[in-house]
Design a protein around this ligand. Structure first.
Ligand code: URA
Ligand code: SF4
Length: 227
């Protein structure tokens, strides 16, 4: 999604030019591009090697990720790890990140529990410059969009997981990629699938099928990597 978000939410002023991933991560810690930084504990930036061949994009950090400062270290991360292994994707070859880098939540009335709230288009669009910079630096062969938020960030607001999952799609070159970069199609492929937490949310009867679908879609990404 090109351009600054509505209401002026935009991470771009905080993204350093000509930075490597380490420098990018440092700068992201101070991002104030949208209001989500206010209530969250910290920015949760991506983790992995700049040489990664595949980038996995989630939605936003969850409760545990927010506390620990790393993506996919909670229950959804457990599902993802298992599914990657089954699909034959080496976690060491994967860079893991999120479309939105701060945890969005609501506090339960009375009680301290923080309830996950899905990020809106405003926050997805505001945070996109970080994801775009990660992708530009890593230049992976395959990007996996885990769920609707990642899909919307990468392919636009009309993205629908149910209609676009499990098939290689052209990966748009991120807006503002490189100097004089233009929106267009790059060399990489994008594969969309459900979010691993959808497996956890599915009722007992639907869970096995949801998980098998995730593994099957990740298998499409794995085959692309094997070329
Ligand atoms: N869900 C996500 O989308 N990302 C995380 O990092 C954790 C849970
Ligand atoms: Fe910046 Fe993204 Fe955090 Fe908003 S969610 S403050 S744009 S890093």
């Amino acid at each position: 999604m090109p351009g600054p978000g509505p209401e002026g939410y935009d991470a771009a002023p905080f993204v350093p030019e000509k930075a490597d991933l380490r420098r990018l991560r440092e700068a992201a810690a101070g991002c104030r591009g949208c209001p989500l930084y206010r209530d969250a504990t910290q920015t949760v930036f991506g983790t992995g090697e700049p040489s990664a061949r595949v980038v996995l994009v989630g939605e936003q950090p969850g409760d545990q990720e927010d506390r620990r400062g790393e993506p996919f270290v909670g229950p959804a991360g457990g599902v993802l790890k298992r599914a990657l292994a089954e699909a034959g994707i080496d976690p060491a070859e994967a860079y893991v990140t999120n479309a939105v880098k701060h945890f969005k939540f609501e506090r339960q009335e009375r009680g301290k529990r923080r309830i996950h709230k899905a990020p809106g288009l405003r926050e997805i669009s505001a945070c996109k410059p970080w994801l775009a910079s990660e992708l530009r630096l890593i230049d992976p062969e395959v990007v996996v969009a885990l769920g609707a938020t990642a899909g919307k960030s990468l392919l636009g607001p009309s993205f629908r997981v149910t209609q676009q999952r499990g098939v290689p799609l052209p990966l748009p070159v991120p807006d503002g990629a490189g100097e004089g970069g233009q929106e267009g199609e790059g060399a990489g492929a994008l594969v969309a699938t459900i979010h691993p937490s959808a497996v956890l949310r599915a009722d007992a009867a639907a869970r096995a099928e949801a998980y098998a679908g995730l593994v099957s879609d990740l298998g499409v990404a794995a085959r692309l990597l094997r070329g």
